[in-house]
Design a protein around this ligand. Structure first.
Ligand SMILES: Cc1ncc(COP(=O)(O)O)c(C=O)c1O
Length: 357
C-alpha cells in the first residue's frame, strides 16, 4: 500500500492552476457555450450515416487528415501545406505555445478575452500578460504592442471576433499588430462563420501570422474539429509536437462531409444571424440592460441588477447562460448564445420578467 503526498509530486505551476469551468448543468435551454442550436441538417446526417458504415474504425485514423485538409484547402483556396487539423482549435493553441515558448516566456492578449490562452499558458509555465480593452472593447495597437514588447512576448493572441465581448476589434488595429509585431500573431477566428471577416489572406505577406478556425460553432462541437492556417514552416513545427492521431476518423469524415455540403449549414448560420439581430433588438427594449454589439453567435449584455441573481432567475426558468461577472471588467455581465427562435423567445420572456420595467 502507498499513501504518498501526491500534491507534493505535482509541478508547482499546475498545482496553482484552476481548471477551466465548464457548466454542465442539465437545462432545457442551453445558451452558455456558443454552440449551434440546430442539429445537423437531416440530409447531412443521412448522407453521413451511409459513409459511416464504410469507415474502418478498427484502423487508426489518417494521421495527416489529408481528405479533410483537401476540403478545407478547396474552400479557402489555400495550399494544403498551410493547414493543420486540431482536436478543436483549443489543441492548436496548446501546440503553438509548445512550439514558440520556453518556460518562463510571456504571451500577450487584450483582456477580457478567451480564457484558454491564459489557462494553457500557465499550465506550461508561461507568463500571460493582459492588456485592458477600452470601453468599446477595442484596443490601440501601439499601446498593446508596447505591452507585448516590454514583456518580450513570443506570441500575441487576438480573438476576432472576441469572446466574450462579441465584437471584432478595429481592422486597422489588428492589421497594425500583424504588420509590426516581431513574434507570432495568432488571429483566432473561431467565430468567422458569423463575422465573415478574416485575416487569412495576409498569411501570404506575413509569415508570422497564424489564423485559427473552428467547426465547433457551426454544428460539430461534439466532434472537436479545429484547424490552423499558417506558413508551411510553422505547420511543420506544429506537426512535430502534435500527437499523430489527434483527429479521429469519425471527426475527420463528418467534418469533410459538412464542408463539402456547406450550403445546408450556411442556411443555419443565416438563421442564427437573423435571430441574433432580432435578439439584440428585443433585448434593447428590455429596461435596464446594456447590450453590446456582436459579430458572432452570442451576445454580451450588462444588467443593473446583480448578474448572479439574473443568472439564477434564468436558470429557474430552464435557461443556462454564461455569468461573466467574476472578471473585474465584466461586472454584472452575462453572455447568451443565440439559440433557436423558440429558445430565444423563452430567454427574452424570462429577461423581461426579471429586469423589464
Ligand atoms: C475565441 C475562441 N477560440 C477557440 C475556442 C475553442 O474552440 P474549439 O471548440 O474549436 O476548441 C473557443 C471556444 O469557445 C473560442 O471562443
Amino acid at each position: 500500500m502507498s499513501n504518498l503526498d501526491l500534491l507534493s509530486l505535482i509541478q508547482g505551476k499546475v498545482r496553482s492552476l484552476k481548471a477551466y469551468q465548464v457548466e454542465n448543468i442539465d437545462c432545457a435551454v442551453k445558451l452558455h457555450a456558443n454552440e449551434n442550436p440546430f442539429q445537423l441538417p437531416e440530409e447531412l446526417l443521412s448522407g453521413f450515416s451511409k459513409s459511416f458504415k464504410k469507415l474502418q474504425l478498427n484502423r487508426y485514423p489518417d494521421p495527416d487528415s489529408r481528405a479533410l485538409k483537401e476540403s478545407i484547402a478547396k474552400r479557402l483556396n489555400a495550399p494544403i501545406e498551410n493547414l493543420i487539423i486540431g482536436n478543436g482549435s483549443d489543441e492548436l493553441i496548446l501546440l503553438l505555445l509548445q512550439v514558440f515558448c520556453n518556460e518562463g516566456d510571456s504571451i500577450s492578449f487584450p483582456d477580457p478575452t478567451f480564457a484558454m490562452y491564459s489557462i494553457i499558458a500557465r499550465g506550461l509555465g508561461l507568463n500571460p500578460c493582459s492588456f485592458p480593452l477600452d470601453e468599446h472593447w477595442d484596443f490601440d495597437a501601439r499601446s498593446f504592442l508596447k505591452t507585448a514588447n516590454d514583456s518580450e512576448s513570443r506570441i500575441v493572441f487576438l480573438s476576432y471576433p472576441n469572446n466574450p465581448t462579441g465584437n471584432c476589434f478595429s481592422e486597422d488595429q489588428v492589421r497594425h499588430v500583424i504588420e509590426c509585431f516581431e513574434g507570432i500573431v495568432v488571429v483566432d477566428e473561431a467565430y468567422y462563420d458569423f463575422s465573415g471577416k478574416s485575416f487569412a489572406r495576409k498569411i501570404e505577406q506575413h509569415n508570422n501570422l497564424v489564423v485559427l478556425r473552428s467547426l465547433s460553432k457551426i454544428g460539430l462541437a461534439g466532434l472537436r474539429v479545429g484547424f490552423g492556417i499558417a506558413d508551411p514552416l510553422v505547420i511543420d513545427q506544429l506537426n512535430k509536437v502534435r500527437l499523430p492521431y489527434n483527429s479521429n476518423t469519425v471527426s475527420q469524415t463528418l467534418a469533410e462531409y459538412l464542408l463539402n455540403h456547406f450550403d445546408r449549414v450556411q442556411q443555419q448560420i443565416d438563421t442564427i444571424l437573423e435571430e441574433r439581430d432580432r435578439m439584440i433588438g428585443e433585448l434593447k427594449k428590455v429596461g435596464s440592460v446594456t447590450v453590446f454589439p456582436s459579430d458572432s453567435n452570442f451576445i454580451m449584455f450588462r444588467t443593473e441588477q446583480l448578474a448572479e441573481d439574473l443568472f439564477r432567475h434564468l436558470m429557474d426558468n430552464g435557461i443556462l447562460v454564461r455569468d461573466l461577472s467574476a472578471h473585474p471588467k465584466l461586472k454584472n455581465c452575462l453572455r447568451a448564445t443565440v439559440g433557436t427562435r423558440e429558445e430565444n423567445d423563452r430567454f427574452l420572456e424570462a429577461m423581461a420578467l426579471a429586469v423589464g420595467k
